[in-house]
Design a protein around this ligand. Structure first.
Ligand SMILES: *[C@@H]1O[C@H](CO)[C@@H](O)[C@H](O)[C@H]1NC(C)=O
Ligand SMILES: *[C@@H]1O[C@H](CO)[C@@H](O)[C@H](O)[C@H]1NC(C)=O
Ligand SMILES: *[C@@H]1O[C@H](CO)[C@@H](O)[C@H](O)[C@H]1NC(C)=O
Length: 376
C-alpha cells in the first residue's frame, strides 16, 4: 500500500519539476522586450550619456548595440541579452530606472567608473544568472539590498569607491561562489559578519576604508584561497586572530589604521577567553568529546539538546534534563566566535547557579539549543 503511494508521489514530483523547467524557459523575456527595457533606461540618462549610446536604437538588433552581449542560455533556442558592459563612459543616471525583471538573463553587469547615482534597487535580486556585478567607481548610495543574497552564481561583486552605507548583512554568506568581493572605500558600518568566513572560494577580500567595527572573525582562516585581504582604515578592534598566519596563499595583508592589538592582554578580552575555555570544557563533559567537529559540521542554527549528549550514556530524566539544558545553553554562548557576544565569567556563573523551577510541561531533551553562528 505504502510503496505505490510513494512512487506515485515521486512520479508526480518529477513531472512537476519538468513542467516548471519548461515553463520557466518559456517565460524568459523576449529579446525585443529586453531591448525596450534598455532603451527606456537610456532615455533616463543624461544627454551626454545618450550620445555615447547612439548605436542603441534598432529594436530588432540589440545584440549589435554598443556594450551589449547576447547568448543562448538554458534550453532556450533564441538569443537573449547576457551582458551589459559599459565601463568608463561617464554615464550619468541611476540603476533604479533599469528594469531588471526584463534583464534577468544577464550574466554580466559591468558599469564601473561611471557617474551612476542613486541606490542599488532591490530588484537586482532578480538577476539569478549574474556572475559578475561590477559597479565600482560610481556615486552609488544607500545600503546593500538584502536581495543581493539571491545572486547565488555571483563570482565577482565589486562595489568599491561609492558611498554605500549601512551594515554588511549576514546574508552575504549565501554568495558562496564569490571569488572577488570588493566593498572598499565606502561608508559601511557595523561588524564584519562571520558569515564572510563561509565564502570558501574568495581569493580577494577588500573592505578597507569603511567604518567597520568589532573584531576580525576568527573563521576568516577558512578562506584558504585568499591571496589578498585588505581590512585597513576601519575601526576594527581587539586582537588580530593568530589563525590568519595559516593562510598559506596570502600575499597581501593590510590591517593598518585600525585599533587592533596583537595579543589579548586587555582584561576584558582575557576574561572572555577564560569563559571560552570553560564553555568548551562544559560541553565536552556532556558530549563526551571536543565539540569542535560537530559544531563546525552543523549548518543549522540550533539543535535539540538530545543531539548534544554523549550517546554512550542513558538519557537523563526529566528533572535532570532541565539542569543539563540550563548548563549547555549557557556553555554554548561561552563559545561564541565573537568574544563581545560571550557572557562574562560572572554572568555565566550566575546563570548556572540560578535556582529556577523546571517547567514541568517542557520536554527539555527535545528543546532547541541555539548554536553560535559560524562556530569555527
Ligand atoms: C537634453 O537634450 C534635449 C533635446 O536635445 C534638450 O531639450 C534638453 O534641454 C537637454 N537637457 C539637458 C539637461 O541638457
Ligand atoms: C535593424 O536590424 C535589422 C536586423 O539586423 C536589419 O535588417 C535592419 O536593416 C536594421 N534597420 C536599420 C534601420 O538599421
Ligand atoms: C575612503 O572612502 C571614502 C568614501 O568612498 C572616500 O571619500 C575617501 O576618499 C576614501 N579615502 C581614501 C584615503 O581613499
Amino acid at each position: 500500500m505504502e510503496q505505490p503511494l510513494y512512487s506515485k508521489m515521486l512520479t508526480s514530483l518529477t513531472i512537476l519539476m519538468m513542467t516548471t523547467t519548461v515553463s520557466a524557459a518559456a517565460e524568459l523575456p523576449l529579446l525585443e522586450k529586453q531591448a525596450g527595457a534598455l532603451l527606456a533606461w537610456k532615455a533616463t540618462l543624461s544627454n551626454q550619456s545618450q550620445q555615447a549610446l547612439q548605436s542603441w536604437g534598432n529594436m530588432s538588433a540589440p545584440c549589435h548595440w554598443r556594450g551589449i552581449w547576447c547568448g543562448l542560455i538554458h534550453a532556450v533556442h533564441r538569443p537573449v541579452i547576457t551582458g551589459v558592459s559599459l565601463p568608463e563612459m561617464r554615464l550619468r543616471g541611476t540603476l533604479e530606472s533599469l528594469d531588471f525583471s526584463s534583464l534577468r538573463t544577464l550574466m554580466t553587469l559591468n558599469l564601473f567608473d561611471n557617474g551612476l547615482a542613486g541606490s542599488i534597487p532591490s530588484s537586482i535580486g532578480l538577476l539569478k544568472e549574474l556572475r559578475s556585478l561590477l559597479l565600482q567607481g560610481n556615486q552609488i548610495r544607500g545600503s546593500i539590498p538584502p536581495s543581493l543574497a539571491n545572486l547565488r552564481k555571483l563570482n565577482s561583486l565589486m562595489l568599491s569607491e561609492n558611498q554605500v552605507s549601512g551594515e554588511i548583512s549576514r546574508e552575504i554568506g549565501a554568495l558562496d561562489n564569490l571569488v572577488n568581493l570588493d566593498l572598499g572605500n565606502n561608508l559601511l558600518v557595523g561588524p564584519i559578519p562571520c558569515e564572510v568566513g563561509h565564502l570558501k572560494h574568495l581569493v580577494m577580500l577588500d573592505i578597507h576604508n569603511n567604518s567597520l567595527s568589532g573584531s576580525i572573525p576568527r573563521n576568516l582562516v577558512d578562506l584558504t584561497k585568499l591571496t589578498t585581504l585588505y581590512l585597513d582604515q576601519n575601526h576594527l578592534s581587539e586582537q588580530i586572530p593568530q589563525e590568519l598566519g595559516y593562510l598559506m596563499n596570502l600575499e597581501y595583508l593590510y590591517l593598518s589604521n585600525n585599533i587592533l592589538t596583537e595579543l589579548a592582554y586587555t582584561t576584558r578580552v582575557t576574561e572572555k577567553c577564560d569563559v571560552y575555555s570553560f564553555g568548551v570544557l562544559a560541553i565536552e563533559l556532556f558530549m563526551g568529546h571536543h565539540p569542535g567537529d560537530l559544531l563546525v559540521s552543523m549548518s543549522k542554527k540550533s539543535t535539540l539538546l538530545e543531539n548534544l549528549l554523549d550517546t554512550r550514556l542513558p538519557l537523563p530524566e526529566a528533572e535532570i534534563a532541565s539542569e543539563v539544558f540550563k548548563v549547555i545553553a549557557v556553555a554554548v554562548r561561552c563559545i561564541e566566535p565573537d568574544p563581545s557576544h560571550r557572557p562574562t565569567m560572572q554572568q555565566a556563573i550566575k546563570a548556572f547557579s540560578a535556582t529556577e523551577e523546571p517547567d514541568g510541561h517542557l520536554d527539555y531533551l527535545h528543546t532547541d539549543i541555539a548554536i553560535p553562528a559560524c562556530w569555527s
